[in-house]
Design a protein around this ligand. Structure first.
Ligand code: URA
Length: 234
């Protein structure tokens, strides 16, 4: 791919803007030598204003989604995309969140510009386990683990039962729930079906990829080994 297109696709501006960056000598190699639009150079050596280029396409990120932001692009309030550098929101191919978390759910959220990877993660066939930690309004009754594991639980308004899910009780009103599907408000609706109410909800892992030490609102790029963890058992 020609350098102008490659750099424009990373969100540095239109092709015209990037051509102008070349003309003004702001695109150089690692030694500060000015590059020209038709130079053939390796990606890692390119600098814009002395800074390495953003990661190439095939980018996957993890974020600790804070409370109060939505996973939409259009919501009038704060959206998860506002937490990424502005350039990341005008890349081509576009970076999209992998599924969604509710506005009032925090925790591990993935983004990728790789459509095939996105579909692999959310496909029911991949059977990727997502683990949520919930605090509840009322004490657990004791029968929730069996109910969630049964494979027969029908959520209100649905006709297909939920796949078996694994409950780990952490305290009277505190539990971890591992689910392999991604139905609308699934975890909240599961506890509602068990006569309870979720007060706080955080996603702590996807496959064997855990939130780790990311603070709310922080994000970082994943390497290939971390992407592979998504498809491993937690
Ligand atoms: N289940 C929910 O109820 N909400 C989420 O955000 C994710 C799973």
């Amino acid at each position: 791919m020609k350098l102008v297109k490659l750099i424009a696709n990373l969100g540095y501006g239109s092709r015209k803007d990037v051509t102008q960056l070349f003309r003004s000598g702001r695109i150089t190699d690692a030694d500060g030598e000015v590059l020209y639009a038709d130079d053939v150079v390796s990606y890692e050596t390119i600098r814009v204003d002395d800074e390495p280029l953003d990661p190439p396409p095939g980018l996957t990120l993890m974020m600790n989604k804070p409370l109060g932001v939505t996973c939409s692009r259009k919501d009038p309030g704060r959206v998860v995309y506002d937490l990424l550098p502005p350039r990341y929101n005008v890349r081509s191919p576009a970076l999209s969140s992998v599924g969604r978390l509710d506005r009032d759910t925090s925790g591990l959220l993935l983004f990728t510009d790789d459509g095939a990877l996105l579909h692999r993660i959310i496909s029911p066939k991949a059977n990727v386990t997502k683990i949520y930690e919930a605090t509840l309004a009322q004490d657990l009754r004791g029968d929730e683990g069996a109910l969630f594991a049964s494979g027969t639980l029908l959520l209100e308004g649905e006709t297909t039962p939920l796949a078996p899910a694994v409950l780990e009780v952490l305290g009277p009103r505190h539990a971890r729930l591992g689910v392999s599907e991604g139905r609308y408000h699934q975890v909240r609706r599961m506890f509602a079906a068990a006569g309870n109410h979720v007060e706080t909800l955080q996603r702590v892992s996807i496959g064997a990829l855990a939130l780790g030490g990311l603070a709310p609102g922080e994000w970082r790029a994943l390497d290939a080994a971390e992407v592979a963890l998504i498809f491993s058992n937690p």
